[in-house]
Design a protein around this ligand. Structure first.
Ligand code: ATP
Length: 444
């Protein structure tokens, strides 16, 4: 590291807040999903730096320069990804030099590293790749061990302070190792500013109903801060503490966690990284019981969710996808008359019930879950509109439960909700509670 840069880094104040900037037309036009920002925000939070702004900027020099300036006015450190390639639309180097009132110079070490990257692969380096070795004269290059684009570090002056700017390549497989090896050791998180988060996941309750239950806990001046988010049918309570992590803070965090869990009641199913399927697998493991699935409109989605959980083989017996009426007949012995005009049809309590009962016996499991419904967008009728889904659970204790749900949304949502509600039905059976999610459904 150059002496000047060392000085710059040591003069830098502690960093509490970060801005994350993503560069690229493919991002602003919605052609590529910005996963870098999500990853960076989580990683920064783990070391005690809170991302306060995410900004996505097109491949335009002036917009990028202005973005660096704007972000440096309010945040302690900027992490930018993308736009470090060798082509004319890769403008991050130039924008950084403009924003730091500097000029670009060739970094000889970087130049030989880029050259060596090509040589080691038996390829001839194109002239345009020389541009990748450019860096602001007062900044530094960050080596890239996974690709050709070196990262950059420079700082923008804000009054008496220096705001560090790290520029990393766009591809996540290059960005992540560079962040870990080159950025993390150079960050200066405030030791008195620790960030601790807990996420409590709930299923079967809407976000506003959950907010009502949480009441004053969600006030914006409440510490630790409590908020909610909904994604994929799961509503999550997010608890965040910022500040010194002393005994009082530890007590406050666990007190609020307990209060939130209590408010969520039976809807709460797991914390932090736990998924709904993980909860089901764990509950079955604790009881040494097994599960089979028999799916029609979800086409194996429920099986995929369950088998996504490491260790699911200890409880998941297997699944059948019986999409056509012929397969429902051939695999489960359901009479073809069931599907004839005037009969209850494939989407019915009778079919769902038989699917679960026969499937459980066939696969020799403690429980079976079946799903049959109209996922749309076509195929709906007045009697069975798109979103009508019958779900059944059958168990070896001879209990069975078949319910009708009316889901809204598109095909993706209807299938997702069907798989989640099937798991919810089993969860309530395993916990021996009368599940509140089933209030909106018809019980037969
Ligand atoms: P390289 O020269 O190695 O491509 P670069 O810094 O020029 O690096 P970009 O050209 O901006 O990177 O992006 C290259 C690819 O990286 C994009 O096409 C996209 O697939 C991926 N990428 C870029 N930014 C992001 C992001 N924010 N989130 C997820 N993927 C991204």
């Amino acid at each position: 590291m150059r002496g000047g840069t060392l000085l710059l880094l040591s003069a830098m104040k502690f960093q509490k807040t970060a801005a994350i900037m993503s560069v690229g037309d493919e991002l602003t036009l919605g052609q590529t999903l910005d996963t870098n920002s999500k990853w960076l925000a989580q990683r920064l939070l783990e070391v005690g730096i809170t991302a306060r702004i995410h900004l996505t900027v097109a491949d335009e020099l002036d917009a990028q320069r202005a973005a660096f300036k704007q972000l440096s006015a309010t945040c302690d450190v900027i992490v930018c990804t993308g736009g470090l390639g060798p082509t004319a639309d890769d403008l991050t180097r130039e924008a950084l030099a403009l924003a730091t009132d500097d000029q670009l110079v060739i970094d000889e070490v970087s130049q030989s590293q880029v050259q060596a990257w090509f040589t080691s692969r038996g390829r001839v380096m194109a002239d345009i790749n020389n541009a990748q070795a450019l860096r602001p004269s007062r900044g530094m290059s960050l080596p890239n061990l996974q690709g050709t684009a070196p990262g950059l570090y420079a700082s923008i002056t804000r009054g008496e302070e220096q705001v560090g700017v790290f520029c990393l390549p766009g591809p996540p497989r290059e960005m992540i190792p560079m962040f870990e090896a080159q950025v993390l050791p150079r960050l200066r998180p405030d030791p008195d500013h620790q960030v601790q988060t807990r996420t409590l996941h709930c299923f079967g309750i809407g976000e506003s109903d959950l907010a009502m239950r949480l009441g004053l806990l969600m006030e914006r001046n409440h510490r630790p801060l409590v908020g909610t988010t909904a994604s994929g049918g799961v509503v999550s309570i997010r608890i965040r503490h910022e500040g010194p992590m002393d005994d009082d803070a530890v007590r406050a965090l666990s007190g609020v966690e307990r209060a939130c869990q209590k408010a969520a009641g039976e809807y709460y199913f797991g914390t932090d990284d736990s998924s709904f399927a993980m909860t089901i697998v764990r509950l079955l493991q604790e009881r040494a019981q097994t599960l089979a699935t028999v799916e029609s409109c979800t086409g194996g989605l429920l099986a995929a969710m369950l088998t996504d959980v490491p260790g699911a083989s200890t409880v998941y017996a297997g699944g059948l996808v019986v999409y056509s009426n012929e397969q429902k007949h051939a695999m489960l012995n359901i009479s073809l008359e069931r599907f004839a005009p005037g009969g209850p049809g494939a989407v019915s309590a009778e079919t769902a019930g038989d699917m679960a009962l026969c499937g459980r016996e066939k696969l020799g499991a403690t429980h079976a879950l079946s799903i049959t419904g109209v996922a749309g967008p076509g195929g709906g009728s007045k009697a069975k509109p798109v979103g009508t889904v019958w779900i059944s659970r059958a168990s070896s204790d001879r209990t069975a439960d078949t319910r009708c749900f009316e889901f809204s949304g598109d095909r993706y949502n209807i299938r997702l909700w069907a798989a989640m509600c099937a798991m919810a039905m089993l969860r309530y059976k395993l916990l021996e509670i009368d599940g509140p999610l089933l209030r909106q459904s018809v019980r037969v």
